[in-house]
Ligand binder design. Structure first.
Ligand code: UD1
Length: 419
């Protein structure tokens, strides 16, 4: 079983181009199903979640090829509407194919998606939105069979009771295939939703409002082939920034919009780091040691992202002073805490709250990734720790980070993968 071996305590320095956003490219790849022709996506990160999505597209009858950082999808000949369970289980975001397949073929048969490591992750909002648009959905023994009701899909007003990212994206895709106007009220406002909208607009869709909580789609408009560049990954950027904050040094990130990182940058600044931003870049100069900061409460965008909670916690655990974290999005998102404790962290968890008391410096240990961002958090902790850390279960990390070890070496870190 391969693992990263990390020798901590070396300050980071240099410039790194952040790869394309995982949470953007997955729905955009699904959206390619709506285009009966060839789409080219640039800045498409090489991640296991992306490979799994390409496998699904191929199975459905698309051509899907990678050329460097571009992926070429030709969905002219989509001929299947069913996705087998083993592909659905690979990742939670496969549920996005429900809306895309309904829009393209008027039917979808798939199983409940995988990716339950953060606690229960229901899809009731996704299903309610699609039913409201006219889909009939049968749920039987973990399988979902969806088809249009007799009148076909029809645009209408949809209200989401929680601003779910995935449900908003599913509703947007399905609505593109529905004649009439769909208004999504209470939608998520994440930058990745804006990126999905920009792709759809570039392909000719009549959709607007992403970035606000009301999104309007004039559906039934035929889409055309498009070449599109995926936005930079704000969570990968947050990871490299927290790594530099934990290890010290000065790091410049390019290819990421600082205004997608406002909540994270505010925390790092409060912890004593110095930040400079430009249109597509962020420069962080680390403060050693980091200081404890005001409570970090995860919230839908533009609040502090749940995906950066473990990563910031790992950096602050090796700083000085106390910080309270409150996880408001997922029920079981503190699984990294036990692993951080092996490295000497002092973290008390009570329900949704976790009190981190900085210990000055963590120490190396043998630890295990518990999930994607939890695994990245252990790497961040290890870079600032004294001594050697081994981080195993790298498959979690590969879901969301392209060449994490190589990128960190570019910045001067002592990290290598032991096969
Ligand atoms: C997306 C991101 C994930 C991020 C999360 C929150 C992708 C591929 N994944 O996940 O990285 O952590 O947003 O920013 O973009 N909920 C329901 N019913 C539903 C759907 C969601 O109750 O039908 C709840 C969830 O349990 C959770 C909350 O809504 O408590 C937010 O989840 P959601 O925004 O849907 O997350 P994902 O789209 O799964």
């Amino acid at each position: 079983m391969s693992y990263y071996e990390i020798q901590g305590g070396r300050p980071l320095g240099g410039t790194l181009a952040v790869h394309g956003a995982k949470n953007s490219v997955l729905p955009i790849l699904a959206a390619c199903l709506l285009v009966p022709g060839q789409c080219i996506l640039h800045n498409c990160p090489d991640l296991s979640d992306v490979s799994a999505t390409l496998d699904i597209l191929r199975l459905l009858g698309c051509r899907a090829d990678r050329e460097g950082d571009a992926v070429i999808i030709d969905a002219s000949a989509v001929n299947r509407s069913d996705i087998p369970e083993h592909l659905m289980r690979e990742m939670r975001s496969s549920v996005i194919f429900l809306g895309a397949l309904l829009a393209r073929l008027g039917a979808a048969e798939l199983s409940y998606p995988g990716g339950c490591e953060l606690g229960p992750r229901p899809i009731d909002l996704h299903l309610a939105a699609l039913r409201a648009l006219g889909a009939e959905i049968l749920e039987e023994q973990g399988a979902l069979a969806c088809r249009c009701c007799r009148g076909g899909l029809r645009g209408r007003e949809l209200c989401l009771s929680i601003p779910s990212v995935g449900a908003t994206e599913n509703a947007m895709l399905a609505a593109c295939g529905c004649p009439g106007v769909t208004t999504i009220i209470g939608g998520a406002r994440e930058p990745e939703i804006i990126d999905l909208q920009s792709f759809l607009q570039a392909a000719g869709a009549q959709i607007e409002g992403a970035g606000t909580s009301t999104i309007t789609v004039q559906g039934g408009v035929p889409l055309h082939p498009v070449e599109y560049r995926v936005m930079g990954d704000r969570i990968a950027a947050a990871t490299y920034l927290c790594a530099a904050a934990a290890a010290g040094g000065e790091v410049e990130l390019t290819g990421v919009a600082p205004d997608t990182l406002t909540a994270v940058l505010a925390c790092l600044e409060e912890a004593g780091c110095t930040l400079h931003t430009g249109p597509d870049r962020v420069v962080l100069t680390g403060a050693a040691p980091m200081r404890g900061i005001s409570p970090v409460r995860t919230a839908p965008y533009p609040g502090f992202p749940t995906d950066a909670q473990a990563i910031l916690m790992a950096a602050l655990a090796g700083g000085e002073g106390a910080t309270l974290f409150v996880e408001n999005i997922f029920d079981a998102r503190y699984r990294h805490v036990d692993e951080l404790r092996r490295m000497g962290a002092d973290i008390q968890v009570a329900g949704r709250a976790a009190m981190v008391s900085g210990v000055g410096r963590l120490h190396g240990a043998v630890v295990r990734s518990t999930d994607l961002r939890g695994g990245a958090a252990l790497v961040v902790a290890a870079l600032g720790a004294e001594g050697t850390t081994r981080v195993s279960e790298l498959r979690h990390i590969r879901r969301g980070y392209q060449a994490l070890d190589k990128n960190l070496r570019t910045l001067g870190a002592d990290i290598r993968e032991i096969p």
